[in-house]
Design a protein around this ligand. Sequence first.
Ligand code: ATP
Ligand code: MG
Length: 329
Amino acid sequence: MLDADPWAAAQGFLPGRARELSTIAARWRVAASDGLQAVRITGEPGIGKSALLGAITGAVIGDGGRVARTRGDAAAPPLNPIARLVRTLAEGHGPEALAEGLRFDAEAVLALAPELRHGDEPVPAGRVVHLDIHRVADGFRRLLAWQAAVRPVALLIDDAANLDVASRAVLRNLVADRPVVHALLLVAEREEPEDEPALGDDTWATVVRLLGLPADELAAVIQRETAFTPGRALVDELAAATGGNPGFALEVVREADPARLAQGAVAVVSPAAEALARRRLHRLARLPGRDGIDHRLTVAAVLGDDIDLVLLEAVTSSSTPELAATLGR
Ligand SMILES: Nc1ncnc2c1ncn2[C@@H]1O[C@H](COP(=O)(O)OP(=O)(O)OP(=O)(O)O)[C@@H](O)[C@H]1O
Ligand SMILES: [Mg+2]
């Protein structure tokens, strides 16, 4: 039996994201009458974008919908993220059914995921298929409309900053066309000032920007993920040090001295965060290109760019104006 309100259930699974989930639930419902809705989920690393997509998956399935999920991957061949969505949406349909459902758009869809063609030789991994991007976009839209008429669909795109240009073009085309189908497109991407958003700068998509969690919710996350119940003083210390970033707070707790944690001691955060930073710097030190500006950015990436410039100056042997320029302050 389906849950009475799967979106409310999802709120119970994900501490501190009730407002964000109800914004997204509203878009999901509006899509039933007004057609495709799009939501851009942004926020810093560890803030909970992927976790939110996980909770949405549960809610959509609980609501009788279908989820097709993919992610940007800088190492994957072009259009691979779209091909993954196509495979999910086309699942269970042979080439005849696809040809009938998609008509003249079937060819582009089959070219994108050639194994959908029965009897074809398997396609060698990594082969670059040259496809007309407009035809692929049309085929993808037709496939979505065809399937969404059967059951509403949520398209989940994680790590969208790593999407290739062709995949972005397909998604932008879909958003620009805004077909009247019961579908919700969710695009999660880190907020990097220098990156262009996957859907472009002037999209009509609803923006859900994830911020740090308040202390109570942070405590709930830690309790759930680590089975450790932090005391009030420790939670406040963690919330202040991490800006309420759940991923960061979990890393700090996992890094902290268990004996001190068990005593509920305050001042566990700073040594744990330093140990984390040391470990990351150690890894980064093995990467090439650490001179000059790269090195300053490396340190800022580890310590956060709101770090005190005087401290950063000491660590990187750079002058304050140089640092300010690098960090864009
Ligand atoms: N609201 C939450 N409740 C419970 N756990 C959470 C919540 N938000 C995040 N987490 C946990 O924090 C960690 C980091 O979250 P997540 O991986 O979703 O971050 P992200 O924004 O996707 O980061 P990245 O940009 O690196 O992909 C995960 O272990 C996740 O399960
Ligand atoms: Mg993520």
